[in-house]
Design a protein around this ligand. Structure first.
Ligand SMILES: C[S@@+](CC[C@H](N)C(=O)[O-])C[C@H]1O[C@@H](n2cnc3c(N)ncnc32)[C@H](O)[C@@H]1O
Length: 200
């Protein structure tokens, strides 16, 4: 997948993403209510939302507990603009693949919602290494589950990501980077992958 195409596409669809913001937050909130107890986030915990888009995943955590310090990062400037201006989130422009400015062990939790399948295997590996570096204990990915669906296949064909390889290689590929992975089913085609980072 060409990262330039990806960034261009997400800049274009940033406007439309906004239409789904509320329902996205609702969906993420439901998952946090159900599985949040496994995340070990302390009061006032620091959370980084990678590939945050307009910020729905991070926003759901903030609504769950106002004390959480949530911030987002995204490569598409228009997504960042909407996250900040419309949704009042702390958010910055950046590319996870170039390495982030944060020190080691800086976050109580690093999250990424529907980001992995858009990146090819090499880029996912970079993301796994970088998230392991900046997280204290867990990295949480919400993404597709291994069961392929025809309607998702069409959407993902347009996105030109790595969906078709991704669904074949997870959860096994996590094992190369994380000590343990807990899988929580969200629906017929999506799951939470809670990855425990190796002790440092
Ligand atoms: C499918 S969207 C998901 C957005 C958001 N997490 C959500 O759940 O609504 C994937 C996002 O990842 C961002 N992204 C892709 N590659 C990235 C990279 N290398 N660094 C930072 N963000 C990236 C895209 O710009 C896009 O906003």
């Amino acid at each position: 997948m060409n990262l330039q195409y990806h960034t261009w596409l997400f800049n274009i669809i940033a406007y439309f993403y906004q239409w789904f913001f509320k329902s996205q937050v609702k969906g993420y909130s439901k998952n946090i209510d159900k599985y949040g107890k496994h995340l070990n986030i302390p009061k006032g915990g620091k959370i980084l939302d990678i590939g945050c888009g307009t910020g729905a995943f991070g926003k759901a955590f903030k609504l769950k507990d106002e004390s959480y310090e949530v911030q987002g990062i995204d490569i598409a400037e228009k997504m960042v603009k909407r996250a900040k201006m419309k949704n009042k989130l702390v958010c910055e422009h950046g590319d996870i693949l170039k390495g982030l400015r944060f020190p080691d062990n800086n976050f109580d939790l690093v999250i990424a919602g529907m980001v992995l399948h858009g990146l090819d295997q090499n880029k996912r590996n970079v993301l796994y290494k970088e998230t392991s570096r900046i997280a204290k204990e867990y990295v949480l990915f919400q993404d597709y589950s291994p069961r392929r669906k025809w309607h998702i296949s069409i959407i993902e064909w347009i996105e030109r990501g790595d969906y078709f390889n991704f669904v074949r290689s997870i959860p096994a590929e996590f094992e190369n980077f994380f000590d343990d992975v807990q899988i929580f089913e969200i629906n017929s085609h999506t799951a939470w992958y809670l990855c425990k980072i190796p002790s440092k």
